[in-house]
Design a protein around this ligand. Structure first.
Ligand code: BTN
Length: 252
């Protein structure tokens, strides 16, 4: 994935927008030479229609959290597109570590701290033939918000550390730099270094956890994530099962 130019030149800061991912997609659709958008960062104080995975909404109080979409032009073939998710997930794990917080990845697109969600990822790729023209890497990170709707197992950086206030733009810059770091690691060293670190930071690799698929619950342990980003688990009898996105839910 090649990322060019400096953060300050690349950021577009909006007060309010429907969704930063929608805005990124609008820019791509309306720019003749869409290549100039590679590396742009769309950051918003508030989203009126923030989107989550599986058609869910992403709700975030105004001006308290990171709502950002990175537009990147990754040198990754469509079959390897889950590496974009791995790269941003690892960037987020390091981002929290830099803030003295141990975060873990919940396959496929969530970041949790003590099993509570602190960040969600929504990646939208425009694919043409065997090429990803653009990838919109949308990330929501709970930072300064401390109250969440009832029933939501969510947390934020402020809730965990107790620090009074975090400067959001500074944090977005740090996240971007980490995203650059892992993009370069993938470019230079290939998939192995990324796979290893991803697996090390994944929830469910060390112990058996509960899963639900086809309405049935079972216990299993993650043994691998395959090249297509599918989850491979082994149940207690040693049987292996492979699941694509939306086919299985981890019960926490
Ligand atoms: C999820 O966990 O369901 C994914 C949430 C992704 C939310 C971010 S916030 C910035 C970007 N814009 C959106 O509309 N969604 C993503």
């Amino acid at each position: 994935m090649s990322i060019k130019n400096s953060f300050d030149e690349q950021i577009i800061h909006l007060k309010e927008v429907d969704s930063t991912n929608n805005h990124a997609s609008y820019l791509i659709d309306n720019q003749q030479d869409a290549g100039v958008l590679c590396g742009k960062i769309i950051f918003a104080d508030y989203q009126t229609h923030g989107r989550g995975a599986y058609q869910n909404m992403w709700l975030s109080e105004c001006c308290k959290n990171i709502l950002v979409s990175f537009i990147v032009c990754p040198d990754i073939t469509p079959k390897d597109q889950f590496y974009i998710s791995k790269i941003i997930s690892l960037s987020l794990v390091d981002f929290f570590a830099e803030n003295d917080v141990k975060a873990q990845i919940k396959w496929p697109n969530d970041i949790l701290v003590s099993y509570k969600k602190i960040s969600g990822i929504l990646i939208e790729n425009s694919i043409q033939g065997n090429k990803i023209n653009h990838s919109i890497v949308g990330v929501g990170v709970n930072i300064n918000q401390t109250v969440f709707p009832n029933g939501l197992k969510a947390t934020s950086l402020k809730k965990i550390t107790g620090k009074e206030y975090y400067n959001l733009l500074k944090l977005v810059k740090n996240l971007w730099l980490l995203f650059e770091k892992y993009s370069n690691l993938y470019k230079i060293q290939g998939y192995q270094a990324i796979d290893k670190k991803y697996f090390e930071n994944l929830i469910g690799t060390e112990k058996f956890m509960r899963y639900k698929a086809d309405g049935k619950e079972f216990e299993a342990r993650i043994t691998d994530i395959d090249e297509f980003g599918r989850l491979i688990v082994k149940d207690k009898t040693g049987d292996e099962k492979i699941f694509g996105f939306k086919e299985v839910e981890i019960i926490l």
